[in-house]
Design a protein around this ligand. Sequence first.
Ligand code: PMP
Length: 404
Amino acid sequence: PPAFDAVALRRQFPLLANEPALVYLDNAATTHKPLAVLAAERHFYEHANANVHRSAHRLAHAATEAFEGARRTVARFLGAASAAEVVFTRGATEAINLVAQSWARAHLRPGDEIVLSMLEHHANIVPWQLLAAERGLVLRVIGLAADGSLDLDAFHALLGPRTRLVAVTALSNASGVRPPLGQMIAAAQAIGARVLVDAAQAAAHDRLDVSTLGADFLVFSGHKVFGPTGIGVLWAPMAVLDSMPPWQGGGEMIERVSFAGTTFNRPPYRFEAGTPPIAQAVGLAAALDWLAGLDRAALARHEAQLLQRLEQGLAQLRQVHPIASAAGRGPVTSLTFGAVHPFDVAQFLDARDIAVRVGNHCAQPLMEALGVNGTLRISLCAYNTEADVEAVLAALSDTLELLA
Ligand code: PMP
C-alpha cells in the first residue's frame, strides 16, 4: 500500500514552515491549519463578506451560499442524510450544552439516568451535571478496565429502564482509548436510550459516518480537525432535531416574533440564534475537504506506525509509565514518571522546542480513577513525522537521566 508522505504534507502548513525547529506534539489540544483553510477564510472575507440569510443584495446571497455550502460539506463529510441535520455551534462544548439544554431538558424527567464514561472530557461531564442538579437526573459512570479501556461488563450492568442517554467519547483526549462505539450504541438503543458521541478527538483521525454509526447525536470542533476556532458541529437526525425546543433566543432562530408570542424556525436554524460564525464555517468546510482529499487509509496507518514507534521507544525508558495500554488506541499517549513531576519534564521538552501538554487534560475524573495528579501528553496527527517521534524520545531520555 502507498506510504503517507507527512514530510510533503507539512509544507502545506505555514506555521510549521515558519517554525522549522518546532516539534509540535500537542495536536489533541488544537491542530495547525493548512493553506487551504487560510485561503478559504481569506477568500470569503475578500470576495463574499456579508451577513447571511437577511439582506437583499448580491453579497448577502454569496455569503449565504458560502455558509450553506459549508453546511453541505459538513453533511457530506459525516455521511448525514441532509445538510439540515448539521447545526453549527461554537465548538464541541457548545454542541453538548445544546443537547443538554434543549433535548435533555425537554425529554428527561426526575430520576432518569444518563450514562457517561470515566474517559470523558469535562465538556461531556459538566453540562450533564448542571442539568442533573436542576432536574433531579442521575448520572452513572462506566469505569475502567486494567488496560485503561472501558469496563464493558460494567457498562452493560449500568443500562436499565431509566437510562435515557449514553454520552461517550469516540477517542479519549487524555489516553487515546477508543471505546467500542458500535457495540455500545446497539446496547443502549436496544433499551430505548439515545447515544451522544463526542467526536472532538476522533474527527482528525477516524472516518466518521453517521449513516452507519447509528448514534443519535455527534459533536466535534473545527479547530481540532485542521479548521478554525470558534466553530463546531452538532449532528442529529432530523426527527431528533425536530423534537428539540430552542435553547438560545435571537435573530435567525425565529419564524415570527410578536409580543403576544413567538414561533420558531425549523432545524438547523432553530438552534443558530444570532449571526453565526460564517467565515469559520467556510474554513471548516475547507478543512474537511482537505482532510477528505488525503488517503485516509494511508493516514491511519501512518498514525498507527508513529504511535507504535513512540511506544516502543518509551518502553525502553525506565520511569516512563503510560496511563493506558489498551489496543487500538488513537495517536495519543499520556505519561507519568514515578517521582519526577510531568511538569518538570515538559519544561525541559519546551526548552528543546518540543510542545506537549501537561496537566489533567480536562479529564480530572479519569486522573483520579487512575490515581495520578496529572500526566504529560504526547498527541500526534497527520503532519507528524518519524523525526518528531525520535526527537521527543531522545529528549525524554536525556531529561529523565538528568532529573532521576
Ligand atoms: N471533547 C473532547 C474529547 C475534547 O478533547 C475536547 C477538547 N479538548 C472537547 C470535547 C471540547 O472541545 P472544545 O473545547 O473545542 O469545545
